[in-house]
Design a protein around this ligand. Structure first.
Ligand code: 5GP
Length: 212
């Protein structure tokens, strides 16, 4: 029978500057049944980023060891650095009933889609490409070269929206957060998720009516 107490696995992707990070932070602040997976990465920490909070910052050889040990639910190389989702922590959180968010790139999302039976795939879009460019520039954390790379990739990445279940335009963060909360509520009510449990309890009632 489907375990209705198991949390939902939500995979969120979208181009750099679409606002995934802000949306996820806001979702976490407003929903205590959520867990945002902390990835491991070989990229250097940006100003203000904390090891174990934003990412687990590890070196390449440690990352390779983790790949060997099958520690990742998925991993990918993004802009020359490796990023991976710790498998055991995600499973532990799902089992405990938490809804788990993976904020990962498209390659990683497609791997989860391929390898896992579960997953709700949400693509975050910027309101326009010009707005996206301004947001990346405003963030100020990238070199000009890295900024151009991220902006060019954004153009290509948007084509992958069709592989996802939901698209959310991040015009106003509050609105985007509300939409994702609505998606979660709807997913919890999906008949294919709860069907067996409903039928089971219905049988219970019929049984009592027949034999009491
Ligand atoms: P950033 O360097 O800006 O933090 O992240 C760069 C990209 O890597 C973003 O698109 C982010 O979603 C993605 N990313 C972060 N963690 C993971 C992960 O564990 N797996 C994959 N595949 N991508 C990730």
């Amino acid at each position: 029978m489907t375990d209705v107490t198991r949390g939902l696995l939500i995979v969120i992707s979208g181009p750099s500057g679409a606002g995934k990070g802000t949306i996820c932070k806001e979702l976490l602040d407003k929903n205590d049944d959520l867990y945002i997976s902390v990835s491991a990465t070989t990229r250097n920490p940006r100003d203000g980023e904390i090891d174990g909070v934003n990412y687990y910052f590890i070196d390449r050889s440690e990352f390779m060891k983790k790949i060997e040990a099958d520690d990742f639910l998925e991993y990918a190389e993004v802009y020359g650095n490796f990023y991976g989702t710790p498998k055991s922590k995600v499973e532990e959180m799902l089992l405990s009933g938490k809804n788990v968010i993976l904020e990962i790139d498209i390659q990683g999302a497609l791997k989860v889609k391929e390898n896992s039976k579960e997953g709700i795939f949400v693509f975050i879009l910027p309101p326009s490409m010009e707005e996206l460019k301004q947001r990346i520039i405003k963030r100020g954390s990238e070199t000009t070269e890295s900024l151009m790379t991220r902006f060019k990739s954004a153009y290509q990445e948007i084509n992958y929206v069709s592989k996802y279940n939901y698209a959310v335009v991040n015009d106003q963060v509050e609105e985007a957060v509300k939409k994702i909360e609505a998606i979660l509520t709807a997913e919890k009510c999906r008949v294919d998720r709860i069907k067996e449990n409903i039928l089971d309890s219905k049988e219970g009632v019929i049984h009592e009516q027949l034999y009491d």
